[in-house]
Write a protein that binds this ligand. Structure first.
Ligand SMILES: C[S@@+](CC[C@H](N)C(=O)[O-])C[C@H]1O[C@@H](n2cnc3c(N)ncnc32)[C@H](O)[C@@H]1O
Length: 313
């Protein structure tokens, strides 16, 4: 099992070409360590002039960091935790400012392919989906306990599922008869609602699984927090790169970057600025960068990726 890093050269290039202000070495935070593909490339291409502080909330990812710790000794360190707590993690490591922040959000292939983690309906396993096992309710608990209205809301809000209400009603009607404890049992229930689902490009459970995963891990809440604290921690000239894999996350990133880049919002007829708003960042990838066709062919999981980047002014 392995994870192929997405938009690797493109993201590393953006991070390494920003100016450094924190000292002799650039300090880059890889807040989504996963299999360490981006961290390794940053360290190798940085050639001693880059130190990487990595973060991951998944203990299995944390366990994979030992190789880099040995190989790059003082240049690499992994701190377990949720990137939503970036401020606390950096304070604890006595780091005030950083020169780069990478967020390659979403799931690694390790997580998707580990049936027992319950992220995928392709393999059967417990309906869990927690990136941090034992933290908060699992997907099975949400499916068992949420009301029809609550399920409808999360399927609509986090999955943009057009049949959110019908699927929620079906779950609530069925869960009294048969427990929905596994990924297959939930996928089957949704398949039964769409008799000719095999003809469609996308499995009908895709959106519901995405919605449950986002809800279980509070993925959008964590993203909002890390974007804000990352922006505050970046040195002038420092860069932030975000690779998102679905439109909800990408939209959030795009709006956040646009708002941070916006300067004075006073109407043109006002002679002196009264809003005191100054542009805090320069947007580097205006329309978002997508993987090249060769990358998608080699790694189909990269097909939905979109990279956005900013530089702190
Ligand atoms: C797409 S993978 C990153 C892959 C990595 N860039 C590589 O090349 O191997 C995303 C990783 O981010 C982690 N992750 C997702 N949300 C997180 C959060 N809120 N805090 C910390 N880690 C998170 C996941 O556990 C997963 O390991």
């Amino acid at each position: 099992m392995k994870h192929i890093p997405v938009l690797l050269q493109e993201s590393v290039e953006v991070l390494l070409s920003g100016r450094s202000f924190s000292g002799e070495r650039k300090l880059i935070v890889d807040a989504t360590f996963g299999g360490g593909g981006h961290s390794r490339c940053l360290l190798e291409r940085g050639g001693g002039k880059v130190a990487v502080l990595a973060i991951d909330r998944d203990p299995a990812a944390v366990g994979r960091s030992a190789v880099l710790e040995q190989e790059f000794a003082s240049g690499f360190r992994l701190l377990p935790g949720n990137f939503a707590d970036l401020d606390r993690i950096l304070d604890r490591a006595e780091v005030k400012t950083i020169d780069g922040l990478l967020l390659d959000i979403g799931l690694s292939s390790f997580q998707l392919e580990a049936g027992e983690r319950g992220f995928s309906f392709q393999t059967d396993g417990p309906l869990d989906m927690r990136m941090e096992p034992d933290a908060g309710p699992s997907a099975a608990e949400i499916v068992r306990e949420f009301s029809t209205a609550e399920l409808t809301r999360i399927f609509r809000e986090f999955g943009e599922e057009p049949y959110a209400a019908a699927i929620a009603r079906k779950i609530v009607a069925e869960r009294g008869q048969r427990p929905l404890l596994t990924t297959r049992s939930l996928a089957l229930l949704i398949e039964e609602m769409v008799p000719d689902y095999k003809k469609s490009r996308r499995h009908p459970a895709t959106r519901v699984f995405q919605a449950l995963r986002i809800c279980v891990n509070d993925e959008l809440g964590a993203l909002r927090k890390v974007l804000q604290s990352g922006l505050e921690r970046l040195n002038p000239g420092g860069r932030m790169v975000v690779i998102a894999y679905h439109s909800l996350e990408d939209r959030l990133v795009k709006r956040f970057f646009r708002a941070a880049a916006k300067g004075c919002i006073c109407p043109p007829r006002v002679p002196v600025c009264g809003c005191d708003r100054v542009s805090r960042v320069k947007i580097l990838q205006l329309s978002g960068l997508r993987p090249r066709p060769e990358e998608i062919e080699q790694n189909p999981r990269s097909r939905s990726a979109c990279l956005r980047a900013i530089e702190r002014l």
